[in-house]
Structures are given as C-alpha cells and as structure tokens.
Design a protein around this ligand. Structure first.
Ligand code: ARG
Length: 270
C-alpha cells in the first residue's frame, strides 16, 4: 500500500494563456489554444488536488505573460526557503518578480533572487536524497551550484539533449519522495547522465518515447496518487503494478505550449 502525503501547491490560472511566441518545439503560434477549454482543464486539475486533500494557493495571472500558467517555473521552495527563478527567454522574464512578490507578501523569510538562470521546478526536481537539476536548454550549471549552496542539499546535474524535453520535469518525475523512486525517459538525457540515473535509481520506472511525448513524465505524485495527462496510457499499468493510483487528466490545451500537470503546479515545501 502506498501512502499519500498532503501537499500545498501554487497554481496560476490560464487567464492570459495563448501561444504568441515559440520557445520550445511544441509551441506553434499558428495553432491557437481554446482559452475556455484550457481554463476548464486547469480547474479540473485544481479540483483533483483539492479532492485528494491537497491545498491549492492561487497566483494571479498577469496580462502579457501567456506562459505564466506554468507556475512550476517561477520558483523552487524547499524547507520554506524560496529560490526565485531567472528565465532563459526574455518573453517569460517578468514572471519571476511576480512570484517573488507573492512569496514576500506571504511572509517567507528566506527568499533569494537568483544570480544565474534557473527555471524553478521546471529544472529542479526534489527527491529524498538529492535535488536533480536539468541543464542543456534552460537552466545554467551555475544556477545548479547556486541552488546547492542555497538549499544545502546535494544537487545532481543532468544534461538534457532532446529539445522536445527542454525541462527536466518533462523527462523525469518523482513517484515517492521519501524513497528516491522516480520514472524517466532515458532518451532525453546524454549518455553520461543516463548512466548517473541508472546508478542512482536502479529501480526506476522507465517510460517509452510514446509516453514521454504524451507528457506522461510531467506528472505529480503525492506518494500514492499520480496525476498525469491521460494521453500517456502506457504508464497506467506499470504505475498500478507498483501500487500507485493513476489519475489521468485531459491536459491537451496546455500541451500546446509544451506543458502539462507538473508544469502547472509549484510545490510549496514549507
Ligand atoms: N511554454 C513554456 C516554456 O517553454 C512551457 C513551460 C512548461 N513548464 C515546465 N515546468 N516544463 O517555457
């Protein structure tokens, strides 16, 4: 039997979500999103969290920042310490101060405005022993060092090599954060990083390319329930075999910008 731990998430509604530019291979401004459907899917995710007993805090969306719905990129919070983001692309730069302001207004005492590029939980994935950190497309290796110093936890740098999986959280998800249990798509990583993952996580659930392109690794687990896009059908049986309860969700509109469940959810580890 798996045990869930109650979580707190910060989410930002897709009030201004559009595809107006392209900063990853999924984004095509000529293929518009359906704003009403995007909002419906986002609300469904929020209500699923609440239905499972989790808390969802809401950050107000700002006009002119169409990717702000991907709240996971705005910061990283561990032990109540907040490392702000610094975006690689100018299109998203103004999201970072909006997140910092939210944390300041809520009285978080340890807040760091980063010197180096890091896209929050897009590239920082927290397991029980380590912070796994993606580089290659967005976050800088210097940002990894900065996170290690700030969080006082070991940071393992991993190199992403496939532009479709430009953030670590598109290629790897934590299933149990008390036991270093993860799932990932090996094809997203350099040979050296793949070997590191095999060494650290010999029991990992390995995803197929098909489930990875369906954004099945952009999943959130509370230790028992795994919320993931419903298109990643190949992950359902292996998750059940491990004792997890998959919670499939339709995230098709968010997928158009290269995001899904995890990208919309910033975990507040207070
Ligand atoms: N369009 C956004 C970008 O390219 C998507 C971000 C997805 N977020 C994530 N945590 N992977 O920056």
């Amino acid at each position: 039997m798996r045990t869930a731990r109650t979580r707190r998430f910060l989410m930002c509604p897709p009030a201004h979500y559009r595809i107006t530019y392209s900063i990853n291979p999924w984004m095509d401004p000529s293929k518009p999103v359906d704003p009403a459907l995007a909002l419906f899917q986002w609300e469904d995710l929020r209500e699923r969290y609440r239905g499972l007993g989790h808390t969802v805090e809401v950050l107000d969306a700002l006009p002119g920042l169409p990717d702000m719905v991907f709240a996971a990129n705005g910061a990283t919070v561990i032990d109540g310490r907040v490392l702000g983001a610094r975006f690689a692309n100018p299109e998203r730069a103004a999201e970072a101060p909006a997140h910092l302001a939210w944390f300041r207004a809520r009285g978080y005492a340890e807040i760091r405005e980063p010197e180096h590029v890091n896209e929050g939980e897009g590239d920082f994935v927290v397991t029980s022993s380590w912070i796994l950190a993606g580089q290659g497309f967005r976050s800088s290796p210097l940002g990894h060092d900065e996170a290690q110093e700030f969080f006082r936890r070991p940071v393992i740098s991993l190199e992403l090599t496939d532009p479709r999986f430009y953030h670590l959280d598109t290629a790897l998800a934590v299933l149990d954060d008390t036991a270093d249990e993860v799932m990932y798509y090996p094809g997203a990583f350099s040979p050296g990083s793949r070997a590191v993952l095999e060494r650290l996580f010999p029991q990992a659930l390995l995803a197929t390319e098909e489930d990875a392109v369906a954004f099945g690794l952009n999943a959130v687990s509370d230790g028992a329930n795994v919320l993931l896009p419903r298109a990643a059908t190949g992950l359902l049986a292996p998750l059940r075999a491990r004792g997890f309860t998959p919670v499939p969700l339709d995230m098709s509109e968010l997928h158009k910008a290269g995001g899904s469940v995890k990208c919309c959810s910033l975990e507040l580890r207070d």
